[in-house]
Design a binder for this molecule. Structure first.
Ligand SMILES: Nc1ncnc2c1ncn2[C@@H]1O[C@H](COP(=O)(O)OP(=O)(O)OP(=O)(O)O)[C@@H](O)[C@H]1O
Ligand SMILES: [Mg+2]
Length: 410
């Protein structure tokens, strides 16, 4: 009778693939006297990936290994996850080489890596081989646990890093709201001390304008963050305009001229809050690079990606200091910053992940040559019918560089 202690119980688990008969009886009798659990599977059709992943070894009777079954088994074994390589033991008939044995050998040849045990064999020999296989398999399970642990740790790290970037955007928002509020405080002081009603009215008008700006920043931010978890269709200019509006104060104080050259208003399926975070980081980087005066150009065009998909291309170009040659190759890596304590170096790294989720790509050109320095980031966003759901495990640790194909020009 079969004892079933898997999946994933950690106990030994032997899969016996043998039709009812003498070999199956021998195997189950031998296993009955061991501490191992087992399951008899009479036909390869009943064997699943789930069985294979959770068991410690697979023992197959050669009589089953006709070419279609071998093919079926090979497909199952080849589709194991990277950590898994289940030990395969095949019970073959012993004795002299005959045309029949050669045919069977030829039939099972696609199952390379199998351990062959000549039957009849002693139960003790079978069990010794199974215990050896079990030890090897337990190391694979250990590797699986380790990989899972690392994946969870990386996911947690990425989430906390995303939060750090979101925190910086929140700080920019607070900063932009603080400026008009300070003006309102000053204006209220002036109103209180105004000598004429006309003066007071004029200050009131200015105060109203500043408060409208606060309300505009708050409304836009809320609108985009409501669209954080659900993909929506929208015109990318809505995102660029809202970012420009957010950075109005900094653009003004850095004396930066803004040129918007939009030649498309095509609507795109996207996570609007995330795309806004991406554009905000690129605009913020451009502003950091243009400390005193400059031009910020935002260009939007219909475009076709290298894979032939239609979409839009957004270019954000500045006339700032340019990206130093020493960091150019690394700017999409986490924690790469030239801004000391004021930068976390996560903006472009998170931007690359956001782009990966939108199946987009990003390239850049930059020059530090005095007199004609500047940087242009070019983002391609394809028209997608669906996007991966938020917070899925699909965010592999190797995804960032894939999302952003970076190219630099001196
Ligand atoms: N437009 C740009 N002009 C000049 N340098 C840039 C520009 N964009 C990016 N960089 C360089 O790339 C580095 C990495 O940028 P990233 O946005 O990832 O991080 P950060 O801006 O330093 O910090 P954070 O975005 O986390 O606040 C920057 O520190 C800067 O050296
Ligand atoms: Mg940045």
């Amino acid at each position: 009778m079969a004892k079933q202690t898997y999946p994933g119980s950690g106990a030994a688990s032997v899969l016996v693939l043998a039709p009812a008969g003498a070999v199956a009886d021998f195997l189950t009798d031998a296993l009955a006297d061991s501490q191992m659990s087992w399951k008899v599977i009479p036909s390869a059709r009943d064997l699943s990936q789930h069985h294979i992943i959770n068991a410690c070894s697979l023992v197959v009777s050669e009589e089953l290994l006709e070419p279609p079954v071998v093919e079926q088994l090979r497909t199952l074994l080849d589709s194991q996850p990277p950590w898994s390589d289940i030990p395969l033991l095949v019970l073959v008939a012993g004795g002299q080489d005959t045309p029949d044995s050669q045919t069977r050998e030829h039939n099972r040849s696609p199952l390379s890596g199998a351990t062959l045990l000549e039957h009849p064999l002693r139960p003790g020999t079978l069990l010794a081989n199974l215990r050896f296989a079990q030890r090897a398999r337990e190391r694979q399970f250990e590797m699986k646990r380790h990989l899972e642990h690392t994946r969870l740790a990386e996911e947690a790290l990425r989430k906390s890093e995303k939060l750090a970037v979101a925190g910086r955007l929140a700080a920019s928002i607070a900063h932009e709201i603080n400026n008009p509020l300070e003006s309102v405080t000053n204006l209220l002081y002036l109103i209180r001390n105004a000598t004429s009603l006309d003066d007071a009215k004029q200050y009131c008008e200015l105060a109203e304008k500043e408060l409208r700006r606060v309300s505009e920043i708050a409304t836009q931010t809320l609108r985009f963050y409501r669209q954080q978890s659900e993909a929506t269709r929208l015109d990318v200019t809505q995102i660029t305009d809202s970012v420009l509006s957010l950075y109005q104060g900094r653009l003004h104080s850095h004396q930066v001229k803004v040129v918007c050259d939009y030649r498309t208003h095509a609507s795109l399926l996207c996570y609007a809050g995330e795309l806004r975070q991406l554009v905000a980081n690129l605009v913020s980087n451009a502003l950091d690079a243009m400390k005193h005066t400059g031009t910020l150009t935002l260009r939007l065009r219909d475009a076709r990606g290298v894979d032939g998909r239609d979409g839009v291309r957004l270019t954000i170009a500045d006339t700032g200091s340019g990206i130093p040659a020493t960091v150019r190759e690394h700017i999409f890596e986490p924690f790469i910053t030239t801004k000391g304590a004021t930068g976390t170096g996560l903006g472009l790294w998170v931007s690359a992940e956001i782009l990966r989720k939108h199946e987009g790509s990003m390239t850049f050109r930059s020059s530090t040559t005095p007199g004609r320095s500047g940087t242009a980031f070019s983002i391609f966003l394809p028209f997608c019918e669906v996007l991966p759901a938020q917070n899925t495990a699909a965010q592999s640790s190797s995804g960032h560089a894939q999302g952003a194909a970076a190219s630099a020009a001196a």
